[in-house]
Write a protein that binds this ligand. Structure first.
Ligand SMILES: [Zn+2]
Length: 337
């Protein structure tokens, strides 16, 4: 042996070396925390809740461990918990007593969501109550709007959605979130809210919502599976991202205050493009299927569930989401404390 040190390594250790020792800043947790680019906070989360008629009801959704359909009394208690954990907002989905062709309970003054809003605002006034505005939980056929000759009609359905949004506002909602993906609904809802004195009520639009297989477990929770057909004539094709930008742009022009991409995990590229293009407050929905897959794998011991949960939520924020709607909100907030 003529030399202990390899000439190659010598070269690398001179100041003119070609490769960089990027590991230097990863050597201790203190260093890692100094250079960490994305930090999750409980304030990033919006917690979805499913409200059902009755009292004393807290029924676990079989495909979503840890997620419950709850009556208003239970929801009130839940909201105190949510607030205590530092989560600023919830989004309400209602499961009505009766469903019909036109989703009447969606816009009834004393509908399930309207009644829940009043109860929550009385109990925890500081908690931001967002309401999902759609008809699919309320129609007997499970579609997001009115169906005529097998077609989900656009403009007529929007009229009902504006009524629904207005009753939510009148009940005391802090924000409405139309999730239907019909054309022109943000403009219509903005108009009706403004005409009725709700100029300051923000709209969070489900702006780029895809026709996704990841919604499966949600339909158990919200009892909103379509009885026939699917949602592909109004929700987006998973293959498209240019179209997502057109959808988002349109909603912004119509008056959306926050734009949402849904689902989150398979659409991180869309979240990033939306954030870069529009500089709007951007929300992402970490949907039921994304939640249930992690829960199932965690329960089987196949993954470290809390670790994967935090990794997924961090990735959604890193992609550009300012707000994350997630069933993990409470668990993640507890870990972040
Ligand atoms: Zn719907």
């Amino acid at each position: 042996m003529r030399n202990e040190k390899s000439p190659a390594l010598d070269t690398h250790e001179t100041s003119t070396a070609k490769f960089k020792r990027l590991r230097r800043l990863r050597m201790t947790e203190s260093l890692r925390s100094m250079v960490r680019e994305t930090e999750l906070s409980a304030k990033d989360f919006i917690y979805p809740l499913f409200v059902v008629p009755g009292s004393g009801i807290r029924k676990e959704v079989s495909s979503m461990p840890g997620v419950y359909q709850q009556s208003i009394d239970e929801i009130r208690r839940e909201c105190i918990d949510v607030k205590t954990l530092g989560i600023p907002a919830i989004i309400l989905f209602g499961i009505p007593e009766h469903k019909d062709e036109v989703g009447s309970e969606a816009y009834a003054e004393n509908g399930i969501v309207q009644t829940a809003i009043r109860a929550i605002k009385k109990e925890v006034p500081e908690l931001v109550v967002i309401t999902d505005v759609c008809l699919c939980e309320y129609t007997s056929h499970g579609h997001c709007g009115i169906v005529r000759n097998g077609e989900i009609v656009n403009d007529e359905s929007i009229e009902l959605l504006t009524k629904e949004a207005l009753t939510h506002a009148q009940a005391g909602a802090d924000m409405v979130a139309p999730s239907d993906m019909f054309d022109g609904r943000v403009q219509a809802i903005r108009g009706v809210l403004d005409q009725n004195g709700f100029h300051h009520l923000p709209i969070m639009s489900y702006a780029a919502k895809y026709a996704s297989g990841f919604y499966g477990p949600f339909r158990d929770a919200a009892e909103s599976t379509p009885k026939f057909g699917d949602r592909r004539s109004h929700q987006m094709d998973p293959a498209n991202s240019d179209e997502a930008l057109r959808e988002v742009e349109q909603d912004i022009l119509e008056g959306a205050d926050i734009v949402m991409v849904k689902p989150a995990l398979s659409y991180l590229d869309v979240i990033r493009q939306v954030k870069d293009r529009f500089n709007m407050t951007t929300a992402a929905y970490n949907v039921s299927g994304e939640y249930s897959m992690i829960k199932a794998a965690g329960r089987n011991g196949w993954i470290d569930e809390p670790r994967v949960m935090m990794e997924v939520l961090t990735s959604i924020k890193r992609a550009g989401a300012d707000l994350i709607l997630t069933y993990f909100a409470k668990e993640a907030a507890k870990l972040l404390r």
